[in-house]
Structures are given as C-alpha cells and as structure tokens.
Design a protein around this ligand. Structure first.
Ligand code: ZN
Length: 141
C-alpha cells in the first residue's frame, strides 16, 4: 500500500519487459500482468512480453484519470496515499457549510493522515449508514 504509481519515468519510444515496466512505474511485475489483462497493450508476439513505453504511459494516465471521478459515499481521496480511502476507526466528522451540504473530515484508514471531502446534503444518509457521523448538523446556527 502507499506505492505511488507514476508514468513520469517511462520513455515513450522504449520497449519494456514486465520487470522493467514495473520498475519504471513503481509497481510490481504482478501489477503489470494484471494491467495487461485489464487492457494494457503488450507486444504479445514477443517473448519475453514487451510493452511499448507509450502504451504504458497511456494506460497509467488513463487509470489516474478514472480515479479523479467523484468519490463514492464513504470515500476520501487521500493526498498521501494518492488513492481513495475509507475513514479510520469508522468515524467521520461533518462540518456543515450551508443547507446544500458541507465537508466530511476524518483520518485515512491507511496512513492516518487528515482527509476531507465535500459532501452534499443528499448524500449524508449514505454516510451515516457507513460511519458514525459526528459533528453538529443544525441548519440554524
Ligand atoms: Zn492515506
């Protein structure tokens, strides 16, 4: 956990073996094999299998893009883990902004760093089902 996958060191015009690709993006060879099954383009006619740098870059970038989608209820984007994470100890604190919603605050279940996420009023019941929600919820302070 906590690995930072990045395509920054991948050279677009180079060919990588699974091991080299794993090293270049800071993942494990196992992860690269999983990606290959998930759609990472590999030169399967080569033995050992080779991966084009540009294909590897495109796959990692697309994966990161997908992660920018709004979090599901109960998830925070942890800046330290660079991944969606749940709240530690099953506890979150709600800070009301206005009638439309506010911010949920908690600690990352993985690194225990502080995490926050904007939550809409309509999503509050879903959060309450997952966590013990602390904090004042009065609409008329
Ligand atoms: Zn974290």
């Amino acid at each position: 956990m906590g690995r930072r996958v990045s395509a920054a060191r991948v050279k677009a015009h180079r060919c990588y073996t699974v091991e080299e690709a794993a090293d270049a993006v800071n993942a494990t060879p196992q992860t690269i094999r999983v990606w290959a099954r998930q759609g990472l383009h590999v030169l399967a006619e080569c033995r050992p299998i080779l991966i084009l740098g540009c294909a590897l870059k495109a796959f990692v970038d697309e994966m990161k893009e997908k992660r920018k989608r709004p979090m599901k209820a109960g998830q925070f984007y942890c800046m330290r883990c660079k991944d969606p994470r749940g709240a530690a100890f099953g506890m979150v604190t709600f800070h009301r902004g206005d009638v439309s919603g506010g911010e949920m605050e908690a600690f990352c279940e993985d690194c225990e760093g502080a995490v926050r996420v904007k939550v809409k009023e309509a999503d509050l019941p879903a959060w309450s089902e997952i966590y013990e929600v602390d904090g004042s919820d009065s609409r008329d302070p």
